[in-house]
Design a protein around this ligand. Structure first.
Ligand code: ADP
Length: 500
């Protein structure tokens, strides 16, 4: 099934990848994937029904109990490496697909997807290293632990970074020896479905990875979460969706990892290299059109440099080229789908009515280049106070909220005044202050004098409402492993409890 991502014709992908084979949906339907740069359907993709979910879970179970479950770690690693090489070779196509499917600018998708093979190789290197430990007790027993795969994983991914989210789940799941049914978001199913070809070409046993596009609530997502044959759900998305997943999955006692939202503080102290801080803070406000949970959507600026930073935000905003994602000149593509565009515009309205000062942006772009796409201007609000909704709620649009602070304590207290706790950035030339502030911020990842440095080897995940568990890093493997403790008697005697 060759794909022509650059074609103007509507692409049709009418098969699911289940049990190592491409099959039409048994009882599913199809999804129209809209290119948010044009507002038009660019691909029609098969979506699964209940019967397809059953088939996929059964295939994953059979692979777990069959060839994959018995395969030594180093052989699994070899297959994963082959997949990583094939992924690298297709990275350019995958980057184009993601630009069309999600609206993320091609210069960003190329950089991101062009690095994923490193991650898959890194996970491959862990496939034979999940060792247990021996437990000292006394000489009557030999006690030890083994790390065993949790089993069949349902990976449910979001629409902002579909292939990155897939890599963050497939990598550790396969390294741990699990099998997977992956469901991409209904808005962006194409790239993930393409991965089936690479798993097939790499020679994975049938059923190790199954790909079933579909919707979430009342559809493939929910059926997977409810399915008694699924052991774990690895989810990236919204907090409210995570709560629904928790409720559904409670019945079958699923394991969960949740990577949810953020409202990350990006703190700029007056002693920072302000130019560098502005580079990072503006980029982290508008990258991905603001649609990433890691972005520094709350920019905390020390009062003495507040006006300077606010002016710089406005002059940078004027330089951002907003356009079709597939155009290499574009800095910032559209919002990924219409509902997200409407959400962002509504939050901009909320910010205005709350009394924040709109310095620049705030409008949908509708010129010729933008036509019916879901484009919005890079937007900057000044004089935001941290209790405003635009500072507390995740907007997921290119909207920076500039919040002034007085001193270190004030910065920390504003930074921590959030129910989220995913990431944070801080800029200062004072090493002592860097450590002091970093250690006081409640967030799963802190960047000092840099921002959004995220790699396969660096554990990523949140405190509080930002999620459960970690993805990436050696810690990322833990979510896909259970611990079995084995106690062996060294003398084989067991007294009769009923002798007298
Ligand atoms: P958004 O609301 O921003 O689209 P979601 O968190 O709803 O983000 O979606 C992330 C992923 O979760 C998507 O793949 C979506 O289909 C899936 N999803 C949504 N609702 C459910 C649900 N109730 N059960 C399982 N998966 C769901």
């Amino acid at each position: 099934m060759p794909i022509e991502p650059a074609s103007d014709k509507v692409l049709r992908l009418d098969h699911l990848f289940i049990g190592g084979e491409w099959s039409p949906p048994e009882d599913g339907g199809e999804i129209n994937s809209i290119d948010p740069s044009t507002g038009r359907v660019w691909a029609v993709v098969a979506s699964g029904g209940k019967g397809d979910v059953d088939r996929a879970v059964a295939s994953a179970r059979a692979a777990l109990e069959g060839p994959w479950g018995h395969m030594p770690g180093h052989e699994r690693a070899a297959l994963m490496r082959r997949f990583a090489d094939l992924y690298q070779a297709r990275a350019g196509d995958l980057a184009e697909i993601e630009a069309r499917d999600s609206g993320r600018a091609i210069r960003e998708t190329r950089a991101d997807i062009g690095s994923h093979h490193h991650g898959y190789h890194w996970w491959a290197s862990l496939a034979d290293k999940a060792a247990g430990r021996t437990i000292p007790f006394d000489d009557t027993v030999h006690a030890f632990t083994s790390r065993v795969p949790v089993g069949v994983v349902a990976a449910i991914t979001p629409w902002n970074v579909p292939l990155m989210a897939a890599a963050w789940k497939l990598g550790p799941a396969l390294a741990a020896g699990c099998t997977v049914v992956i469901k991409p978001a209904e808005q962006t199913p194409v790239g993930t479905l393409e991965l089936g070809k690479l798993f097939e070409a790499a020679g994975f046993p049938p059923g190790v990875v199954n790909i079933v596009p579909g919707y979430g609530a009342g559809d493939v997502g929910e059926w997977l979460v409810a399915h008694p044959g699924v052991d774990k759900v690895a989810f990236t998305g919204e907090g409210e969706t995570a709560k629904a997943i928790l409720r559904t999955g409670a019945e079958t006692m699923k394991r969960f990892t949740f990577e949810l939202g953020g409202k990350s503080p990006h703190i700029i102290f007056e002693d920072a290299d302000v130019e560098q801080a502005i580079n990072a803070a503006t980029n982290s406000a508008w990258t991905l059109c603001g649609q990433s949970c890691a972005l520094g959507s709350r920019v905390l600026v020390q009062r003495s440099i507040y006006d300077q930073v606010a002016e710089a935000f406005c002059s940078r905003a004027a330089k951002v080229r907003v356009g079709p994602a597939i155009d290499p000149h574009t800095h910032m593509g559209p919002q990924a789908h219409l509902a997200q565009l409407e959400k962002t515009l509504s939050y901009i309205g909320i910010g205005r009515s709350e009394g924040a000062e709109l310095l620049t942006g705030g409008e949908r772009l509708v010129s010729n280049t933008h036509s019916a796409g879901y484009f919005v201007q890079p937007t900057v609000f000044a004089n935001v106070s941290n209790d405003m909704r635009i500072a507390q709620e995740e907007i997921f649009g290119p909207v920076a909220a500039l919040i002034p602070f007085e001193d270190e304590d004030d910065a920390v207290s504003i930074a921590n005044d959030t129910r989220f706790g995913l990431t944070a950035g801080l800029w200062t030339r004072d090493t002592g202050r860097a450590h002091r502030v970093a250690s006081r911020i409640r967030a799963g990842m802190i960047w000092v004098n840099t921002y959004r440095f995220i790699r396969w080897s660096t554990p990523y995940g949140g405190f509080g409402a930002s999620g459960w568990g970690r993805e990436n890093g050696i810690e990322g493997l833990d979510g896909y492993l259970d611990t079995r403790t084995t106690i062996v008697s060294t003398h084989g005697r067991f007294p009769d409890a009923y002798v007298d």
